[in-house]
Design a binder for this molecule. Sequence first.
Ligand SMILES: [Zn+2]
Length: 214
Amino acid sequence: MTQLRNFALGAEIDEELYLHMTNPDGRKALGAALLQSCFSEAGQKALREQSGIHGEAFQYSLVLESAAHTQKAGEAIFPEKYKAAARNQGFRRSIVSHYDHRCAFCRTRIVTSEGHTAVDAAHIVPWSISKNDDIRNGMALCKLCHWGFDEGLMGVSDNYAVIVSKQVAQKHNSADAVLDCANKKMHGPDDKELWPYRPYLASHRDRHREKFRA
Ligand SMILES: [Zn+2]
């Protein structure tokens, strides 16, 4: 869009085209015509796959949303029929929107004009161990805080205060951005029911107890 704005002041949509765009069948037909006329066969295949994954990811995020409100916390939420790519994208979509693109620890929020965001969707109990995409097993974290959390240098207490390992403050480090988070309340979703489940946070502290003690 940024590049497009350099070349065009605006555009007008043909009235008949607009009518086709206002109904689902018309949009489908237009999409198919664009694919066939503008892309190679390999490109068409890749785009169809990608659009299938987007659709599946959206469905998956709705399933996660509903499960987090109807299923007790503490049981893994992992609807099996979804492809890994759709699952990753759906979990990310849920977490990032509930945290409004803001890092739960340092509160950084950057969204570019292309819609890129500074935060990742981090699992509290890693996916490899838990197979659990419950929204309450996730947090939005910027790249630095995500790394700090996975390394066990940052964690969260039972009253949702950010804990920073003393290792971070060692003389050879320069880590004010991380140290500034210490003992401050983390940022969480507006919906209180979707805040991280405390036993998951406790299991993260337990896995990294050496670093938090250090
Ligand atoms: Zn951060």
